[in-house]
Design a protein around this ligand. Sequence first.
Ligand code: HEC
Length: 115
Amino acid sequence: MALATRRWLPRALAAGGLALLAGASVAADPAEIARGKLLFTTLQPACAVCHTLQAAGAEGQIGPVLDELKPDADRVLRALRNGIGVMPSYAEKISPQDMQALARFVAHATGAASP
Ligand code: HEC
């Protein structure tokens, strides 16, 4: 019983994440990943100021090290939409497409989600 629950939950979460992403394609799109990487270092304020992420050459020390946290795309999206702690929300600053590109880039870079 406990085992069944444990197996069911990640599946449900993954399905929720996919529904949220609701992109035309589920496969990693190299152009989208590249866009996410660019945004990571060029946004105001840049994610790179606060986060360490090797794939983006980022060494920020304020937020969690994303290489260690390995957030999936859904988790990144939630942080971007709502903000978390001292991290500001980006909902008013960038488009949903750009938030998705960032989320996919981070998840892809840390190996969290293999779309
Ligand atoms: C001003 C510094 C700052 C900036 C800029 C910033 N973050 Fe954060 N971020 C943080 C801090 C601090 C936390 C931890 C918040 C907490 O857990 O209280 C965090 C948490 C996160 C998390 C983990 C959320 C979770 O569920 O635990 C992700 C993913 C993340 N940030 C991604 C990003 C991305 C992508 C960007 C750029 C669009 C960004 N951050 C910009 C400071 C920042």
